[in-house]
Design a protein. Structure first.
Length: 112
């Protein structure tokens, strides 16, 4: 009888753990402000940079790249901002995985 109950329990186990089968997306947990390049803020220049990056298994952005921009002067700041962010890692079946090709627009606006 005990073996029969154990068998039923083991057969039901995959159904019990279905909630852990789903993937959870990486979520931003640290969002530092990008620095505004002095020469651009001094000249009242606004703009943006579109960045693409991966998030490693520990939640750190890697492979940050600028894919488009309104002014080259913002690129270094946007890439620095990308590297300073922190995420909770993407989980698949409870195991951290690399999250590929995340995108974000980094905006720079002057106060007028």
């Amino acid at each position: 009888m005990k073996q029969f109950l154990l068998l039923i329990f083991l057969m039901a186990m995959p159904n019990i753990s279905c909630a852990s089968q789903v993937a959870t997306e990486a979520k931003k947990i640290e969002n530092p402000e990008p620095y505004y390049p002095f020469e651009l803020v001094e000249n009242n220049i606004s703009g943006s940079v579109d960045i693409v990056f991966d998030i490693d298994k520990s939640g750190h952005p890697i492979n940050c790249k600028a894919v488009s921009f309104t002014n080259r002067g913002f690129i270094k700041s946007a890439l620095d901002y990308c590297a300073r962010q922190k995420y909770s890692p993407k989980l698949v079946k409870g195991i951290p995985e690399v999250d590929h090709a995340r995108t974000e627009k980094v905006r720079y606006a002057t106060a007028e």
